[in-house]
Design a binder for this molecule. Structure first.
Ligand code: M6R
Length: 357
């Protein structure tokens, strides 16, 4: 049931404050044991497809940053290039909303064959990926009907942030007290997410209308913001059929900038304070070419006021900002699709769960 919403996608976007809170309440022994298994590994591989891959990339970057642990993120269908260097000393984390994605399952099986221990993070108890993994961790997003992953992405980010923090604690990079305070900070995310939805739905509708008239857009970021930019681009592409590319901002001048002309939309996502100076350079590069710039930035950002349009997320906490910054990007994609007369719940050519290789 859509409970008064015109589409499941919009309903699921609005459910995020609640399901993020439920996921945080559900942090328990399965997370502790999963983190233990990953902490003991020499190398952690993290494997997933699509939106789940973006969440996995976030996990890899965050775990390397806060735990100093070596993590290799890979797209499931590309496992063949990675598996031959894996050993029994390593561990694999398989991330899949459905727990049924064949590419991720095949990758996990191949790593298992090499003696790699496996942990799964899924949203479906008893799904094949969870059944075949050595240890199961569950997130609590509830069923997601819309083909585009929305609430399951922010819930994955929530769950993976906690796994990263536990790994950091286990390897001695973070003390118990700091891990506890990180959890307290995470508990503020649901209310902040609610604020973003209330404050920016109108803004996202206008931006969605603007995007719906475009044929192409870039989503740029650096560091921990990159997975969020990649996800924003994927949403616009799959729901509104507007060509969109997510790209590391620093790479844009190595090719993609050639496409930029007056009015070309470039969305910037800023997450890490220490990367803002460099990101500002990229914003200026784009503005100099007449790009229409859209920013999604934290409250204390130095980038405020440097865009044609901007969302200021109501926090400067690095634990919260990536999750909060995702929401306006989901809403922009949603409203672009609606403006184009498309059904965002059923994008053409896509299935909710991909069970063929
Ligand atoms: O169920 P999974 O998380 O394994 O699914 C992975 C992808 O197929 C999925 O995220 C896909 O990219 C969605 N259409 C994203 O909106």
């Amino acid at each position: 049931r859509k409970e008064g919403f015109p589409h499941y996608m919009l309903k699921e976007i609005h459910e995020q404050p609640r399901v993020i809170a439920e996921t945080i309440r559900g942090f328990g022994p399965d997370y502790e044991r999963g983190a233990e298994l990953l902490s003991d590994a020499e190398v952690i591989y993290v494997v997933a497809s699509g939106t789940s891959y973006h969440a996995s990339l976030y996990f890899a970057l965050l775990t390397m940053k806060i735990a100093g642990k070596k993590v290799i993120p890979l797209i499931s269908s590309e496992y063949a290039g990675y598996v031959s260097s894996a050993s029994e000393r390593d561990a694999l984390l398989a991330v899949s909303q459905s727990g049924e994605t064949i590419d991720t399952l095949m990758a996990m099986r191949a790593f298992k064959e090499r003696g790699v221990r496996t942990v799964s993070l899924t949203n479906v108890i008893g799904s094949v990926i969870s059944r075949e993994s050595d240890h199961q961790v569950y997130m609590k997003a509830g069923p997601e009907i819309g083909v585009a992953a929305t609430k399951t992405f922010t819930v994955q980010l929530t769950a993976l942030t906690w796994l990263s923090a536990l790994i950091a604690r286990n390897v001695g990079a973070m003390d118990e007290k700091d891990a506890e305070s990180l959890l307290e900070r995470m508990k503020k995310i649901p209310d902040l997410a609610e604020k973003v939805i209330n404050a920016y739905s109108g803004w996202c509708k206008e931006t969605g209308t603007f995007m719906s008239e475009k044929s192409s857009a870039y989503y740029l970021s650096r560091g921990l913001g990159l997975p969020i930019a990649l996800e924003g681009a994927l949403k616009l592409k799959e729901i509104a059929y507007v060509h969109a590319e997510g790209y590391p901002a620093g790479e844009s001048k190595h090719g993609p900038i050639a496409l930029v002309e007056r009015g070309f939309p470039v969305v910037f996502v800023s997450v890490e304070r220490e990367l803002e100076k460099k990101l500002l350079g990229n914003v200026e590069e784009m503005r100099a070419r007449g790009a229409y710039t859209i920013g999604v930035v934290p409250q204390d950002s130095e980038l405020r006021g440097h865009f044609d349009r901007e969302v200021v997320v109501p926090s400067s906490d690095e634990v919260a900002v990536p999750i909060l910054a995702t929401i306006p990007l989901q809403l922009v994609a949603y409203y672009s699709a609606v403006e184009r007369g498309l059904d965002p719940d059923k994008p053409r050519n896509l299935a909710k769960t991909v069970t063929v290789e």
